[in-house]
Design a protein around this ligand. Structure first.
Ligand code: ATP
Ligand code: MN
Length: 550
């Protein structure tokens, strides 16, 4: 069966879906490496390898491995390419997110990567799975020259049992990570020495010129964002957890809005912190680990994450004391984007296997630096869709001196960089699933309160947590609501554990009411301008769910 059949036939049996995904992924290419390969090595072996052979690696006082990702301390979305080939070309949302690359340029990069890998004395392979539902999981092989990269993916993918490893066979998808070696800038279609390219037909990804390990993680996410919708399964950039009664919540949000932080909840079971799928059977995590931001991390505010940083965890680009080996989480000397990758079972209440039923609540997270969006509002189905398609958050443009103006970011489906199909495909599937399973939706602003950046301050984590508790214990389902004009949002008048005066931005605004109105108008205008791109594809109801400026 061709993988395209998945698109047109919704009544395939489980077996057929499984076969089609795997047939589609049957690896074409075999590579002969000239050096011995260290496959699925233990944590201890990978530690020794990294500490012996890799610059910038060290042990911390809690037993984590500190690594240095080199010049790149974050992803390089502008250097991502998707190969334009016949099996997938009509499926792909071509444009700035998915930039075309020729099959020939891909092969040039691939050969460059493999030639480089063959110059190394030590090569590492990690074989694991993506997707906790056996019906949909794919077999992934990572080939790399750094023990750091092998350990990172050991933590982030689903670790096979010894039996599974023995019978692993050929992978469905292979990543060649030659990130220490640059791409050739003169390769057609490339503009820098960094290249992250995916070829769906060959089932391969090639990385050159960046050692940032997150490229592998988000690369596999991109692959799943292609394959899962093809199989009728919705893939989502979200965290997920489950209450003691079995109720599942999904948390959507762009980077830094709180997916990882807020899903680590001592009262709930963690399903996953970043990448999920929602099938006819419920939700499943794609990954076997979490990738938490560690900037300003403290044991008091985020004990679950703090305590997950131990033997086996990979800490990236943090500053530490040479003598005591204590990590200075407050330091952004190397980067603001300091991170730690750890296996999901390092979170005490992780749910293994990482699967759950159909979500009861959907929480859209945003970090609004304008201080305009309420700390929590209840959304109608149309509003949930409007905000999902918009994908709003804000960033502080803090690099230039004196510039404190927040910058609005709209990233559709709360994850545009990882989408492969047109965003409407994911949004339509989400709307359908939400309707079918009667999911409640809330918008939570984990950003500024009491004024915009400069006047107000970021809402305390304990208040965001109290709001989420009130969603989970049913308090917000029956609360009293008031209307918040222009954005037309429903704000609860009271939430247990939250000072009532902070719930309505109009009432808590630090500056003048004129200034408040101007800021609301400004953000509403940005929302409306952004949504113009989707106006012809969205229903009247969804269109009407956006801010209204008279
Ligand atoms: P990514 O997609 O990059 O992994 P994320 O959505 O998982 O991002 P987090 O790692 O949870 O984001 O980052 C949220 C950051 O904001 C954390 O460092 C957290 O400590 C901080 N923070 C401060 N105030 C709040 C709040 N009220 N709610 C949530 N997080 C907060
Ligand atoms: Mn996260």
């Amino acid at each position: 069966m061709s993988p395209g059949a998945l698109l047109h036939n919704r009544t395939l049996s489980d077996r057929e879906i499984h076969d089609a995904i795997h047939e589609a992924l049957h690896t074409v290419a075999r590579v002969d490496f000239t050096k011995p390969i260290i496959r699925n090595a233990s944590i201890a072996v990978l530690y020794e390898e990294a500490l012996t052979h890799e610059k910038g690696t060290a042990l911390t006082s809690s037993g984590a491995l500190v690594t240095d990702s080199g010049a790149k301390k974050g992803r390089s979305p502008k250097d991502k390419r998707i190969v334009d080939e016949t099996t997938s070309t009509n499926d792909i949302w071509w444009g700035p997110v998915n930039v075309q690359m020729s099959e020939n340029s891909f092969m040039v990069n691939r050969e460059r990567a493999i030639d480089y890998l063959n110059t190394r004395n030590r090569l590492y392979v990690f074989d694991g799975y993506a997707g906790w539902d056996p019906k949909y999981r794919i077999k992934v092989r990572i080939v790399c020259a750094r023990a750091y990269h092998a350990l990172f993916m050991n933590n982030m993918l689903i670790r096979p049992t010894p039996e599974e490893l023995e019978n692993f066979g050929e992978p469905d998808f292979t990543v060649f990570n030659a990130g220490e070696f640059p791409a050739n800038r003169y390769t057609t279609g490339m503009t820098s020495t960094t290249s992250v390219s995916i070829n769906f037909q060959r089932r391969e990804m090639v990385i050159l010129g960046t050692q940032y390990a997150g490229e592998m993680k988000k690369g596999i996410f991109t692959v799943m964002h292609y394959l899962m919708p093809k199989a009728g399964v919705l893939s989502l950039h979200s965290s997920a957890n489950e209450g003691p009664a079995g109720d599942v919540s999904l948390f959507f949000g762009l980077s830094g809005t709180g997916k990882t932080t807020l899903s680590a909840d001592p009262q709930r079971f963690l399903i996953g912190d970043d990448e999920h799928c929602w099938s006819a059977d419920g939700v499943f995590n794609i990954e076997g680990g979490c990738y938490a931001k560690t900037i300003d991390l403290s044991a008091e505010k985020e004990p679950e994450i703090f305590n997950a940083i131990r033997f086996g965890s990979v800490l990236e680009n943090v500053v530490y004391d040479r003598e005591t080996r204590l990590v200075d989480y407050g330091s952004s000397k190397l980067t603001e984007n300091t991170r730690c990758a750890y296996p999901i079972e390092y979170i005490p209440n992780a749910k293994i296997p990482c699967v759950g039923g159909h979500p009861k609540n959907i929480i859209l997270l945003t970090c609004d630096a304008f201080g305009v969006l309420p700390p929590v509002s209840k959304l109608s189905a149309a509003q949930a869709m409007y905000h999902f398609i918009s994908g709003y958050t804000a960033k502080i443009a803090g690099t230039e001196e004196g510039v404190t103006e927040p910058q609005a970011t709209f990233s559709t489906c709360f994850g545009a960089p990882f989408l492969v199909w047109h965003p409407v495909k994911y949004a339509t599937m989400l709307a359908e699933q939400m309707r079918k399973h009667q999911v409640d939706a809330y918008l939570i602003n984990t950003g500024w309160n009491g004024g915009a950046y400069g006047t107000g301050k970021r809402i305390a984590l304990k208040y965001s947590r109290a709001i989420i508790d009130a969603i989970h214990n049913g308090e917000l389902k029956k609360a009293n609501y008031e209307n918040y004009p222009i954005f037309n949002l429903q704000i609860p008048t009271n939430v247990t554990g939250v000072p009532p005066e902070i719930l309505n931005p109009a009432k808590t605004w630090g500056g003048s009411q004129d200034n408040f109105q101007q800021t609301v108008t400004k953000l509403a205008t940005l929302f409306n301008d952004n949504f113009k791109t989707y106006a012809d594809k969205a229903s009247q109801e969804v269109l009407a769910a956006g801010p209204r400026l008279s």
